[in-house]
Design a protein. Sequence first.
Length: 254
Amino acid sequence: MDMSLIVVVVIVVGFLIAGVRILPEYERGVVFRLGRAIGVKGPGVFILIPLVDRMTRISLRTMVLDIPPQDVITKDNVSMKVNAVNYFRVVDPMKAVVEVEDYLYATGQLAQTTLRAVLGQVELDQLLSDREAINVRLQEILDTHTEPWGIKVSQVELKDVDLPKDMQSSLARQAQAERDRRAKVIMAQAEESAAQALVNAAATLSTNPVAVQLRFMQTLIEISASTSNTTIIPLPIPVDLISGLMGMSKKPGS
């Protein structure tokens, strides 16, 4: 075999080997040929033309972007620091490469500005009590703005809300006052129920003599269970007997 032919074969094989690419299931390759995007390759094995084709790898897995603490002033002029976490993934590799220079950096910057803008439109009480609605709003805004980049934002979660110390003390006092108010309301309702029960019991006893006797017997049972050495048993005295005794106590001529 001619030596020159061997050299040519070796060069061709070397070029083919140099052009072999293997991508896993979760990656795609955006291929540029002489500077022009020609398509998306992968997963699996494919061949690029050396010195002509250039490939950019893009992961399709969900990415977690930590949004650093942002200085936020709420609608009611409360200053605080808030951080969050953003979950997103690439759904269109071609747009993620062609439409934006660095989709990771761009998504992070957009998340920071959106966080400040949204939280600046809510009051502190809403921020503390209605996080779920704020998370949904952040997710919808980010998803709308990143869609042209081939990005799908699936979830945004507020993590920590760092309040000033004086505001924390104020919120603690407010919470304590609310707990005291609820306790007083519950006690008032209990006293009202107890008073109504006493009224009902008195009405029943006044119209039913048998009920009075049963209550008297129950009282005797409760007294007998006492550990006291002295027991006083109240006895009902007929009205006629009292009148008779009062009549006998009066002497003639007095």
